[in-house]
Design a protein around this ligand. Structure first.
Ligand SMILES: [Zn+2]
Length: 90
């Protein structure tokens, strides 16, 4: 695989433009921005928490950093998309 599918590209675009369904992307809609998946009171429901910190994120490779969503590494982007699909309700 050396290209993203249309569906994968849509998820990458949403991640890059902060349109994923994370509380921190829709601040006005929530009283608390704590991550509902792990419920850690010190967490914030952000892309960084999702990809680097949250123990409830599914199938995330250890070496993924939030900056990787802006990179061009296709296998890494596909791994990120898979984890976003597995973890968030898109
Ligand atoms: Zn969390």
């Amino acid at each position: 695989m050396d290209a993203l599918s249309y569906k994968e590209a849509v998820v990458v675009f949403k991640a890059r433009t902060r349109m994923l369904p994370l509380k921190a992307n829709f601040k006005g809609s929530y009283e608390s921005l704590i991550c509902d998946r792990c419920k850690d009171p010190k967490s914030l429901d952000t892309e960084k928490h999702l990809l680097e910190e949250c123990p409830a994120t599914k199938d995330i490779p250890d070496d993924v950093k939030v900056e990787d969503i802006f990179g061009e590494d296709i296998p890494k982007l596909q791994a990120i998309v898979k984890c976003i699909y597995g973890t968030l309700d898109l």
